[in-house]
Design a protein. Structure first.
Length: 274
């Protein structure tokens, strides 16, 4: 995505159309669009030809961008789990790992980054009916690996809002849910995590369209990405007008939900009742 955004910036600075850029590398306009969005791998020859077309002759600048192209083609750790993942999800895992800010609203279940192992196993079993025990465990292992992002030295900042429905809907037995509630209470104390609960008592709210995640990146060239998961696919929205609508909805959810302290109290109440 970073390389693609820089190539787009260079192209636009020269006033070159995507069609012309595609012609220069024997490709279509849509191929250039996918490259600039970071949705395809990069051939060194194509990047070299585009840099020449865009008038980039400085060796240091060329080498920097060509090195970025090589890095972009290196498979991430999550690709070893591709056999148990839907085709659209590895892209999300890569984006999540690169994000400096993760903002999300969940209504069906606890956000994957906050799930305990036992709760995650119950969720995966429900979603992968008929899957082998080995495949279930590999999916759970991936989820636990993703959670390490929150514990790293340069951990992303996370603002997550859980609808009370996600907490009231049991996955696993009573002990699994009790463990999940306690984990949420404990992890919500982390300085990089802001956890809020949208209670039933509030009524209708701005999250009426369902769950969504907004990913923001440290590189200023990269636009925010909204991730929307569907039954058989997922959407990745990065147009400014689309992102703005989801940011507005999330801001209203943050304002309307009890703060982190009050949300922890709500979780403690659910723990006592469970």
């Amino acid at each position: 995505m970073l390389l693609g955004s820089q190539l787009r910036r260079l192209r636009e600075a020269r006033g070159i159309t995507r069609e012309a850029a595609g012609y220069s590398i024997r490709a279509s306009e849509s191929k250039i669009s996918r490259m600039e969005l970071g949705r395809v791998s990069f051939k060194t020859r194509d990047v070299e030809d585009l840099l020449t077309l865009y008038g980039i002759t400085d060796e240091a600048e060329r080498n920097s961008l060509l090195s970025l192209a090589k890095e972009a083609n290196v498979a991430g750790w999550w690709h070893s789990y591709s056999d148990v993942l839907p085709s659209w999800f590895p892209t999300y895992v890569g984006l999540e790992g690169a994000a400096s800010l993760i903002r999300a609203y969940e209504v069906q279940f606890v956000h994957g980054l906050l799930q305990t192992e036992a709760y995650a196993r119950a969720v995966v079993r429900r979603g992968m009916k008929g899957a082998s025990a080995q495949d279930v465990e590999r999916r759970v292992a991936l989820r636990l690996e993703r959670q390490k992002y929150l514990l790293e030295k340069n951990a992303p900042e996370c603002h997550i809002i859980l609808d009370e429905a996600a907490l009231r809907r049991p996955y696993g037995d009573r002990e699994v849910m009790r463990g999940q509630f306690q984990h949420l209470i404990d992890i919500s104390e982390r300085p990089n995590l802001r956890l809020q609960i949208m209670p039933f008592g509030f009524g209708g709210h701005s999250g009426e369209s369902g769950a969504f995640t907004i990913l923001s990146f440290p590189e200023s060239d990269l636009s925010d990405v909204v991730y929307l998961e569907q039954l058989t696919s997922a959407l990745y929205l990065d147009k400014s007008e689309d992102v703005a609508q989801y940011e507005k909805a999330l801001k209203e959810l943050q304002q309307d939900s009890p703060g982190p302290d009050e949300s922890r109290d709500l979780l403690r109440g659910l723990l006592q009742l469970s």
